[in-house]
Design a protein around this ligand. Sequence first.
Ligand SMILES: [Zn+2]
Length: 336
Amino acid sequence: MKELILEALRESVKRYPDLVQHLSDKATWIAIEGDLSLWQAKAITQVRNGEPALCEFDSALIPDSVAEVVKNLLAYADCEEQVKQDFIDLKSFVIQPTPNEKRILSRIELERKLTKVLSKDLQDELKKLLNYLGNPPNLSNVPYSYWQTGWKLIAKHAEPILVDFFVSQAIEAMEEVNMAVDVVTLSTDAIQWATNNSEQWLQQAFNKTYEGVNVLVPKAYEEGWTITELAKKLEDYHYSPVRAEMIAITEMTRAHTEGRKATERHYFEQFGVHRVPIWKTANDEKVCPVCGDEMRLDMPITDDMYPPAHPRCRCRINYLAEKFLTPKQRGKWQSK
Ligand SMILES: [Zn+2]
């Protein structure tokens, strides 16, 4: 049935090309994707023959605005892979993400950036540690300063990303209620928070690593591991990309919470009213056992415990005026 409707849509657009401008993003994509893949095939053939990827394509369906973008992209494509990538990217141009999708995408993008930064820094710290340990590894070779200063460098790299996210979260919340946005004040809030916060979580992370290394190195000695085996274990337990990702996700959530809280302080200054913080789960966290609790989810926060509730928590908060609370929410709010 669905295929029949899609076919009818394609046929109608073929007959009345002007229809395209009245279609939604997704319908446009369905109507033109057949022609676009022919265009892609043509460009690929050109590249294979050693000719430029840029080529004209005669289509009654593809709107001029889209054709223009295709030609711009192809002008810079110099290999088959690039041509394919261009047509993939084109889809996200034609189908504009909804505000909610955009919000999730920008968070994921920053999360990846932070994970990458942290992964690299952890790798560097591991290299430094192995250098100090020497072969055979000796713990007393590692200066205490290694555990005290390493995290400061990581903080310097991570903070700007967290500051960015804090500010974007605050602005988003302010725009929702048409508040005047003062980016300078927000940035000051954000930098102050990020500095204090990274001192805490990174020093904690390093303390944990310190304890772990103090267990692993003697074990390596007792069990006769090679230095490569020890390095592998150190990486897996303490310096891995998985750990970097876990830290990135959790700290991004903290930045979100703090950005929202900052907005709320400014809201109070401006309107003299306190609103109610509501715990919202992330779209991908439906089964999170900690946050899926029905006394927590979509309910007012009354115990001053804000997300993240656990490592890798992607929960959010939303502030609501008291008059918008449901009876169930109101019950919990008033019992605090
Ligand atoms: Zn959560």
